[in-house]
Design a protein around this ligand. Structure first.
Ligand SMILES: [Zn+2]
Length: 201
């Protein structure tokens, strides 16, 4: 099978995987309640918990998780699709934590952004990193947002609602499924897969 055929096939698989399945974890009565007010602030803003919210911009091409005006994680369409592929792994890590197991989960999902979970910091931490000039090690920045463990189920419900209300978002795909990601040299030029030359200051 050619690279193009493989890419098209993968794209089809992931598009189908993101077909809207409203609130798969919830019963009908709960869904009715959510449809009315619990999550929905508008078609494009969904409450997660406390002062945190999930937002889609007006052009439907940028998503953010925000805490007031001070904390936020920003997602391009490709970054959002890649982050969603981490959700099952994050669920597994949260299960391990609740079982008292050691967890040190750390995943790059696009741009300079990483998601992490550890037993010491009881949040799902989304954080921007950078590489200082002349160095090779990633360093964390203060640009981040943390979702508490008890906010995680509400966040996933908000994702389902976002996708149901905005089918364009449900069909976002990861950059590595594109035809311009067929060689290591081409991947190295992608700012989502290889952001560090662009974020070095
Ligand atoms: Zn890429």
């Amino acid at each position: 099978m050619s690279h193009q055929a493989v890419s098209r096939s993968l794209q089809s698989i992931f598009s189908n995987a993101l077909v809207c399945r409203p609130y798969p974890y919830l019963k009908a009565a709960t869904i009715a309640l959510l449809n009315h007010s619990l999550l929905d602030i508008s078609m494009n803003t969904f409450k997660i918990g406390n002062d945190r919210s999930l937002k889609l911009n007006k052009k439907n091409d940028s998503i953010s998780i925000e805490k007031g005006s001070k904390k936020a994680a920003h997602f391009t369409p490709a970054r959002w699709a890649s982050f969603l592929q981490c959700l099952d792994e994050i669920d597994d890590q949260l299960r391990k934590l609740s079982d008292g197991e050691d967890v040190a989960y750390y995943m790059h999902y696009g741009g300079a952004w990483h998601v992490s979970l550890t037993k010491w910091f009881r949040c799902v931490d989304l954080r921007k990193f950078f590489i200082p000039t002349g160095q090779t090690m990633w360093k964390p920045t203060k640009t981040s947002i943390a979702l508490r463990h008890n906010e995680w189920p509400t966040f996933k419900q908000a994702v389902d609602k976002l996708h149901c209300d905005n089918p364009t978002v449900a069909n976002f795909t990861s950059c590595f499924l594109n035809l311009d990601h067929t060689t290591p040299q081409l991947i190295a030029t992608c700012s989502e897969c290889n952001p560090y030359p662009l974020t070095t200051t």
